[in-house]
Structure formats: structure tokens, C-alpha cells
Design a protein around this ligand. Structure first.
Ligand SMILES: [Zn+2]
Length: 341
């Protein structure tokens, strides 16, 4: 894997950011669980920024982002992403959550998430969505790799219709590997609730959703930590095979995991199988929270901790899934030279 030209210069680059906000994370913050109060991190929260809604408004052919509010019955955030970051930080405080991965949920919206991470560097990790088929994709990855506010890159092959094993992705993955960006790869069933609610078509292609397609890629890039959300979202067996063969593959547990109905599974059996095959250290708790006024989806924490409790896991084991595994995911990223904050 070749080093990038100018790599060292990029490492030295410091990103200007405003001073951190007053609400630094409270080290005592804990969430309620069946074991009592425990620290909780969330590996999967969508940052539905003003830019995100503005893009949908253009597709829906309404005047502006705010015009979507009454159609969705959701709160549309102001243009300044710091305001939305404040709302999320408030939600985390209310629910006793420490840190969450914020996912920029439209391509080219990394600035919104980066601004949120600048404002609350000890509450948020930043993920950006990349469509690798766009002409500026490589430049975006280069810029993100040298920005300490961004920690992971999110790929949605079925949404943007490419194979994760497409050779055109290699230069982008080389940069992710060199800079220890986590790479999130959506596999399995995919639907975007907000598009459905607005009646917007989604020309997705599930043929690009198979976790097995990630197998040669995960082997080729052993330094990259790949995160598969929702236990593979319906392709659980394939995701387990991939995780068994590639120690750099992680699952996030997020969402209601509605896909379980395809296989007549319940959360307890899903956790049991995933822990048996991958081990407890490669599972990352997540909710898939996204919009306001709902905010942080505490019901998911309740469902998942109940399942783990019923399986007989103690608080130490549960805490790895709920908290420490996610922090370990970014250890290399945040301690890599000047990328360390
Ligand atoms: Zn999601």
C-alpha cells in the first residue's frame, strides 16, 4: 500500500476550530440499564443537518428545507450545524449517553458533522458519507483523512450502486488504511425512512448489499476496521461468515433490527450467535437515532440491554458492547501522530 504524496504534510496540518462548548462531557454520565447505571456510547446516530434536508427539499421540489417540516412532522434544523449539535448534546445529557458517532447522511455534508465535532469534541465522533463514484471522491477522502474531526467513512454500495470490491475504490481505501479511518459499509436490506415518508423514489440495488463482497477487501486492508451496521441487516449468516474470516470486521447492533423477521430470529439469538462467532469485543452498541423531536432512541438501549441481561451477561461484558469497544475502534486514529487531539 503506497504512502500518499504529501502525507507527512497532511499529518502536520492543523484544522482551525472554534473553542469547545461549555458542556464538556460529564465523566459521571451514565445510562440506566438492567445492571444499574452504566456508561454508554452509541456507534450509529444520523446527523440530519440542514444541508441534508435542503437536498431532500430540492428533490421534493418544495421551496426550502423548512418546508419539509409540516410534511414530515419533524423539526428541521437551522442552517448552523452547531445548533443541531447542541440539540444532540442535550439529548445525550438527558439520556446519560457519553459519546456518539454522528453520521453525515448525505454525500458532501462532512462539514456539518465536522463542525459538530469541533463544538463537542468529547461527545461526538465524526463519520462522513462518501459516494466513491463521484469525480471528487478521492479529494474528499484525502481531506477527511487529514481532518482530526472525522473518524470514519460511510459507504452505502446498494444506495449508490457499486460493488464494495470495485477496484476504483482501492486508492480511497488506501488512504483510509494509512490514516486509520474506520470504514462503515452498509449491507443487507436498505430503506431510507425519510424518503419513504416524503414519497421520494429510492433506486437502490440490493445486489450490491452482500457482506461476502467485502471479504477480499477486508483481507486486503487488514489495518482498516470495517463496521457492518445492524448485524448485516438480513444477511446475518453472510455477515457472520465475513466476521469469522476477517478479524477487522465489526458489527453495530443499531436499529430495531426488523430484518430478524426474515429468519424468525429474536435479539437474544442474534446477540448469542454474533458473540459466539465474532467475540464480544467486535460488537458496537448503536441506536440509529436520526430526527427530532424523537431525538435519541432510548427504547433501543432498553431492548438490547434486556436481551443481553437475559442471556446472563454481567455488567463488565455488557460494558464492552455498550462503551469500550467503540473507544478502542478509534484508538489508532486519535493517537496517530498529530492526528491526536
Ligand atoms: Zn442508519
Amino acid at each position: 500500500m503506497g504512502r500518499l504524496d504529501g502525507d507527512r504534510a497532511a499529518r502536520r496540518m492543523r484544522v482551525e476550530r472554534p473553542p469547545a462548548r461549555a458542556t464538556r462531557y460529564n465523566r459521571r454520565s451514565m445510562a440506566q440499564t438492567p445492571w444499574g447505571d452504566l456508561p454508554v456510547n452509541d456507534a450509529h446516530v444520523h446527523f440530519f443537518s440542514h444541508n441534508f434536508y435542503a437536498g431532500l427539499a430540492r428533490q421534493k421540489k418544495v421551496e426550502n428545507a423548512q418546508a419539509l417540516g409540516p410534511l414530515l412532522n419533524w423539526e428541521i434544523p437551522e442552517a448552523d450545524p452547531i445548533k443541531l449539535a447542541e440539540s444532540w448534546a442535550g439529548e445525550l445529557d438527558r439520556n446519560g449517553v457519553r459519546r456518539v458517532c454522528l453520521i453525515a447522511s448525505a454525500p458532501a455534508d462532512e462539514e456539518s458533522v465536522a463542525a459538530a465535532v469541533s463544538a463537542y469534541p468529547d461527545r461526538f465522533f465524526g463519520y462522513f458519507m462518501l459516494d466513491p463514484l463521484q469525480p471528487d471522491a478521492l479529494d474528499r477522502v484525502k481531506a477527511a483523512a487529514s481532518d482530526p474531526r472525522l473518524h470514519g467513512m460511510c459507504l452505502f454500495p446498494a444506495m449508490h450502486t457499486y460493488s464494495i470490491a470495485d477496484r476504483r475504490l482501492i486508492p480511497m481505501l488506501e488512504i483510509a488504511s494509512d490514516h486509520r479511518l474506520a470504514v462503515f459499509v452498509h449491507c443487507g436490506a436498505i430503506s431510507v425512512g425519510v424518503r419513504k415518508k416524503l414519497g421520494l423514489p429510492s433506486q437502490f440495488d440490493l445486489r450490491f448489499s452482500n457482506p461476502l463482497d467485502l471479504h477480499p477487501v477486508a483481507l486486503h486492508f487488514p489495518q482498516i476496521r470495517f463496521v457492518i451496521p445492524h448485524f448485516g441487516a438480513g444477511l446475518f449468516r453472510e455477515a457472520l461468515m465475513l466476521g469469522d474470516l476477517c478479524p477487522n470486521v465489526y458489527f453495530d447492533t443499531s436499529s430495531s433490527n426488523r430484518w430478524m423477521m426474515y429468519e424468525d430470529l429474536d435479539l437474544r439469538s442474534v446477540f448469542r450467535r454474533a458473540i459466539d462467532v465474532l467475540g464480544i469485543e467486535r460488537l458496537l452498541f448503536g441506536t440509529d437515532s436520526s430526527f427530532f423531536p424523537r431525538g435519541w432512541n432510548a427504547a433501543i438501549l432498553k431492548q438490547q440491554t434486556t436481551a443481553l441481561y437475559e442471556l446472563g451477561f454481567d455488567s463488565e461484558k455488557a460494558s464492552r458492547i455498550l462503551q469500550s469497544n467503540l473507544e478502542r475502534l478509534f484508538e489508532a486514529r486519535v493517537t496517530n501522530g498529530t492526528l491526536k487531539r
